[in-house]
Design a protein around this ligand. Structure first.
Ligand code: HEC
Length: 126
């Protein structure tokens, strides 16, 4: 009887250890729930212009483009609209375009999603 108990106890103990180490982070499992990405009110003035201002205009403003942004301006609506495909490609960093923001890591998924939504709704100047 004792011979049977020892391995059983061991298995139970290991399961207990594994069980107690299992860690669920709601944020990691469901990023969209906790970070509350606004996918309904995606306007140029409300979402796209701030996205570019916060992450891109240090190099791509009208003033800085010539010296730091390879001449690519992303400050005015018309310039952004004309380059929408390249912007989407560069922030997704999938290889076709130069990865952006340059030397700055990747944009948060929510911002990339919002840019896609703005494009899919016709790139309105709203
Ligand atoms: C530190 C400066 C810097 C920042 C910040 C930056 N860029 Fe750039 N960007 C450049 C330079 C320089 C180039 C020229 C290509 C290269 O050197 O990779 C470029 C090129 C581009 C291109 C053309 C890519 C191609 O392959 O045709 C796009 C589109 C672009 N940037 C968009 C953005 C967007 C959108 C952001 C913000 C999310 C951003 N950039 C942030 C410096 C920057």
């Amino acid at each position: 009887m004792k011979r049977l108990y020892t391995p059983l106890l061991f298995v139970a103990f290991v399961m207990f250890l594994l069980g107690s180490c299992y860690y669920d982070s709601e944020e990691a499992l469901y990023p969209s729930l906790s970070s509350a990405c606004d996918t309904t009110n995606v306007t140029f003035s409300g979402k796209i212009a701030p996205l570019l201002a916060n992450n891109c205009l240090s190099c791509h403003s009208n003033a800085t483009a010539a010296s730091s942004g390879n001449g690519i301006r992303l400050e005015n609506y018309a310039d952004v609209q004309a380059r929408a495909a390249a912007i989407a490609g560069s922030v997704k960093q999938t290889g076709t375009y130069s990865p952006m923001p340059k030397n700055g890591g990747k944009l948060k998924p929510c911002l990339i999603t919002q840019f896609d939504i703005w494009v899919s709704k016709g790139m309105l100047n709203n």
